[in-house]
Ligand binder design. Structure first.
Ligand SMILES: Nc1ncnc2c1ncn2[C@@H]1O[C@H](COP(=O)(O)OP(=O)(O)OP(=O)(O)O)[C@@H](O)[C@H]1O
Length: 218
C-alpha cells in the first residue's frame, strides 16, 4: 500500500500535507501530537476520506475501528457478534477465538449499551476482526483504557499481525507497542517528521520523543 503526495485540506486547515509513505505488512504505529493528522491520514488510506490531492493505493479488505466504538448498542455482545459474523464468511471457531482472546465470554448476554468503555472497545475490535481483514486500521485503540483491557487488545493485535497482514494504529500509547511495533511514523502539523523501523529504535516512545524534539517540540 502507498500514499503519494497526499494532501487533505479542511478549509484553511491542512490536516495532511504532501505525505508520501509506503506501507508493509506488520504493525505500523502512527504517532504525533493532537491534531497532527494521524486520523486523517489513516482515513484517507482506508478510503473513508477523500484526499484533496495525491494518490492512495490500497490492497485487500480493509476494516477500520474508530476511536469511538461502533457497535449495536441495543444488542447483546453475542448478538453483535452474530450479526457481524453474518457478514463474514468465517467458521464459528474464529468467533469463539476472538471472544476468548478479548475476554468477552462473561459479557455475552449483556447489551452493548450496558458495557464499560473497555468492554465496548474489546467488542468493537472483535467485530473489526470477524471477517479477517487484510488491513486492520485502529484509531487510538488504547486510549483511556485500564491495563487489563490494554493487555487484551495488545495481545489480540499481536496474535493477528501475522501472515502478511497490515495493522495500522494511531496511538499516544507507544510504550504499550514496545516489542510489537515494526514501524513508527511520527507526524507533526500534517507532515511526516520521522519514519522508522524497529532496528532504528531502542524503544518507540524514546524514538518518538526524539523525533519531536528535533522538530521543535518540547
Ligand atoms: N472533518 C473535519 N473538519 C474540519 N477539520 C478537521 C476535520 N477532521 C480533522 N480536522 C482538522 O485536521 C487536523 C488534523 O486532525 P486529525 O484528527 O487528523 O489529527 P490527529 O493527529 O488524529 O489528532 P488527535 O490525536 O487529536 O486525534 C486538525 O487540525 C483537525 O482539527
Amino acid at each position: 500500500m502507498r500514499v503519494e503526495t497526499l494532501t487533505k485540506r479542511y478549509g484553511d486547515v491542512v490536516a495532511v500535507d504532501d505525505v508520501t509513505l509506503d506501507f508493509a505488512p506488520g504493525v505500523h504505529c502512527v504517532a504525533g501530537p493532537n491534531g497532527s493528522g494521524k486520523t486523517t491520514l489513516l482515513r484517507c488510506l482506508a478510503g473513508l476520506t477523500r484526499p484533496t490531492s495525491g494518490a492512495v493505493e490500497r490492497t485487500g479488505r480493509v476494516n477500520y475501528a474508530f476511536q469511538t466504538p461502533s457497535v449495536y448498542h441495543d444488542l447483546t455482545v453475542a448478538d453483535n457478534l452474530a450479526v457481524f459474523a453474518g457478514f463474514a464468511d468465517e467458521p464459528r471457531e474464529w468467533r469463539a477465538t476472538l471472544e476468548d482472546r478479548l475476554g468477552l465470554a462473561p459479557m455475552r448476554d449483556r447489551p452493548a449499551s450496558a458495557l464499560s468503555d473497555g468492554y465496548r472497545k474489546r467488542l468493537d475490535l472483535a467485530l473489526a476482526l470477524l471477517d479477517r481483514p487484510d488491513v486492520l486500521v485502529l484509531d487510538e485503540p488504547l486510549a483511556d483504557l485500564d491495563p487489563a483491557t490494554r493487555d487484551a487488545i495488545v495481545d489480540t493485535i499481536e496474535a493477528y499481525a501475522t501472515d502478511d497482514r497490515y495493522v495500522l494504529a494511531s496511538t499516544h500509547n507507544l510504550d504499550r507497542f514496545d516489542g510489537l511495533a515494526d514501524r513508527l511514523t511520527v507526524m507533526s502539523l500534517g507532515r511526516v517528521v520521522a519514519d522508522l523501523e524497529r532496528d532504528d529504535w531502542s524503544d518507540p516512545e524514546t524514538a518518538y520523543e526524539r523525533a519531536l524534539r528535533e522538530h521543535g517540540w518540547g
